[in-house]
Design a protein around this ligand. Structure first.
Ligand SMILES: C/C=C/C(=O)SCCNC(=O)CCNC(=O)[C@H](O)C(C)(C)COP(=O)(O)OP(=O)(O)OC[C@H]1O[C@@H](n2cnc3c(N)ncnc32)[C@H](O)[C@@H]1OP(=O)(O)O
Length: 150
C-alpha cells in the first residue's frame, strides 16, 4: 500500500506504477447477489447447470461486477491522506478483454496517468488492469477517474 501525504505528494508519482491489490476470489454467491442488485439474470452468470454446456464451461461474472470491484481493489493499492473525501468521477475507457469464470482470483494493478487541478478538486486518472490468476489477458482494463477534495 502506497500512502501519499496530500495531493502535492501524489503529483510527484504521475507516470509511475503504484502497485497491486490483494487477490479477490469471485464466488457464485457474489455473482448471484450482483444479478439481484442489478436485475441482470442472464444464464451465463446465474444458471450453473446450463452454463456447464455453454461457451465457458461454467458461469462467468458480469463485466460490470468486475468493474465494480475497482474501488475496493484500488483502495488496497494507494491512499491519499489529508482529504475531505474522494468522489467517483467516472471512466474514460473500459474493456473486458477476457471472461471471469466463477472461482477466479482477480487482482488490480494501478498506474497513475494524470492529475488535473479543477475548482471542484483534483481529478486523478489511473489505468487499472484487473488480472485473472493464470490468465494470459486481463479481465478488465479501465481508465478510471476520481475527484479528490481537500
Ligand atoms: C449483458 C452483460 C453481459 C456480460 O457482462 S458478459 C461478461 C463480461 N464480458 C466478458 O467476459 C467478455 C470477455 N472478452 C472477450 O471474450 C473478448 O475480449 C471479446 C469477445 C469481447 C472480444 O474479443 P476480440 O474481438 O478477439 O478482441 P480483443 O483482441 O480481445 O480486444 C478487445 C478489446 O480489448 C483490448 N485488449 C485486448 N487485450 C488487451 C490487453 N492485454 N491489455 C489491454 N487491452 C486489451 C483491445 O485493445 C480491444 O479494445 P479496443 O477495441 O479499444 O481496441
Amino acid at each position: 500500500m502506497k500512502v501519499f501525504n496530500g495531493v502535492a505528494e501524489l503529483e510527484k508519482a504521475v507516470g509511475t506504477h503504484l502497485g497491486y491489490s490483494d487477490w479477490h476470489t469471485v464466488t457464485q454467491e457474489q455473482i448471484d447477489k450482483f444479478a439481484e442488485a442489478t436485475g441482470d439474470h442472464q444464464w451465463i452468470h446465474v444458471d450453473t447447470e446450463k452454463a456447464k454446456a455453454g461457451p465457458f464451461g461454467t458461469t462467468i461474472a458480469h463485466g460490470y461486477l468486475t468493474l465494480s470491484l475497482l474501488p475496493k481493489l484500488v483502495q488496497q493499492v494507494y491512499r491519499v491522506d489529508g482529504l475531505k473525501m474522494g468522489i467517483n468521477y467516472g471512466c474514460d475507457k473500459v474493456r473486458f478483454p477476457s471472461p471471469v469464470p466463477v472461482g477466479s482470483r482477480l487482482r488490480a494493478g494501478v498506474e497513475l496517468l494524470e492529475l488535473t487541478h479543477t475548482p471542484a478538486g483534483t481529478r486523478v486518472k489511473v489505468k487499472v488492469t484487473v488480472e485473472r490468476e493464470g490468465g494470459d489477458k486481463p479481465a478488465c482494463v479501465a481508465e478510471s477517474l476520481s475527484l479528490l477534495v481537500a
